[in-house]
Design a protein around this ligand. Structure first.
Ligand SMILES: NC(=O)c1ccc[n+]([C@@H]2O[C@H](COP(=O)([O-])OP(=O)(O)OC[C@H]3O[C@@H](n4cnc5c(N)ncnc54)[C@H](OP(=O)(O)O)[C@@H]3O)[C@@H](O)[C@H]2O)c1
Length: 290
């Protein structure tokens, strides 16, 4: 059985990877501060910024592949905390070079926010031009990974939705507010190709199993604004969509600027077996088990 190391197992995507993991992999999940309980996974605490601890950990566990999901993924936090570069760039480069030396398959999750939002939809040949610190860090990490390990997989993730049991993600927050009768403010001028976390996990395993290398986009099938998404979500969950208030980016004072449209063209990833489902179908399924 192949040994698969997953960093960021305690995060939003980590939960979906654990939930959709294939039985032919033995999973070792790394968390740092968030203790959690997940079945069928060996959980290990490790601060990835401790380079010698990471090197020792890899020598001890000798994985066949690493999914590197751990990051500081909050654009506003990264904008105000330059030290986020350590986890987002330095740790990523260090892991990739260890993988290159030890011939371990390596997949790094980047973001659609490497684009400036002016020329969507973006294929993998589109020119990145990030407009916020987080996007700049992820792009720098992509470039460093491919330099030290050209056989690595860069999986550019879009906005991801889902209802992980760890309570993370924007959907959990929006549903809690709507259920409590509170307003949810959603942009009408920010477009993404959101993907369900479970579909993202399926795509990641498809890339890994099909020995992909280079850059891939894992966007969903539909381009839409957060407002359109929230409205459809409320309809499926039987909640009051009048509580969803359309808003514009300029109305909200955010430290990190957001690109207007970072929709991804993911056709190249479909040919590697990535099969995202329609938003409607995913919302139907999520609402029936809510
Ligand atoms: N969610 C999205 O919509 C989205 C969109 C585009 C791209 N992405 C990318 O997809 C990946 C996964 O995102 P996510 O939303 O799942 O992130 P997340 O929920 O914010 O989780 C981040 C994870 O990183 C771990 N981590 C942070 N610092 C660490 C350290 N020093 N040592 C070890 N682990 C550390 C955290 O562990 P602890 O909590 O245990 O400290 C946590 O498990 C990231 O690379 C992100 O940039 C996400």
């Amino acid at each position: 059985m192949k040994k698969l190391l997953v960093t960021g197992i305690s995060g939003f995507l980590g939960w979906h990877i654990a939930e959709h993991a294939q039985s032919d992999f033995q999973l070792i999940g790394i968390y740092n501060k968030t203790k959690l309980e997940l079945k069928n996974i060996q959980l290990e605490q490790l601060d990835l910024t401790n380079q010698s601890a990471v090197s020792n950990f890899l020598k001890k566990h000798q994985p066949d592949a690493i999914l590197h999901l751990a990051a500081n993924s909050n654009p506003n936090y990264c904008e105000q905390n330059p030290l986020s570069e350590i986890i987002n760039v330095k740790v990523t480069e260090h892991l990739a070079s260890n993988c290159a030396e030890q011939n371990i398959s390596f997949l790094f999750t980047s973001t659609d926010l490497v684009f400036d939002g002016k020329n969507a939809p973006y294929t993998t040949t589109g020119s990145p031009n990030p407009i916020m610190v987080y996007g700049k860090q992820k792009l720098e990490a992509e470039q460093k990974v491919l330099k030290v390990f050209p056989k690595a997989i860069i999986a550019r993730m879009p906005l991801m939705y889902g209802l992980p049991k760890n309570g993370l993600g924007f959907m959990n927050a929006w549903l809690r507010n709507l259920q409590a009768g509170k307003n949810v403010y959603c942009f009408t001028d920010e477009y993404r190709t959101a993907t369900f976390g479970g579909d993202a996990a399926q795509g990641i395993f498809a890339l890994l199993n099909n020995k992909a290398k280079g850059i891939f986009h894992l966007g969903g099938l539909e381009r839409m604004s957060r407002f359109e998404f929230a409205t459809q979500m409320a309809e499926h969950f039987g909640l009051d969509k009048n509580l969803i208030i359309p808003s514009l980016q300029k109305d909200v004072n955010m430290p990190a600027k957001r690109p207007a449209d970072v929709s991804l063209d993911s056709n190249n990833t479909f040919t590697f077996g990535f099969v995202p489902k329609k938003l409607e179908d995913n919302l139907e399924k999520l609402s029936s088990s809510f």
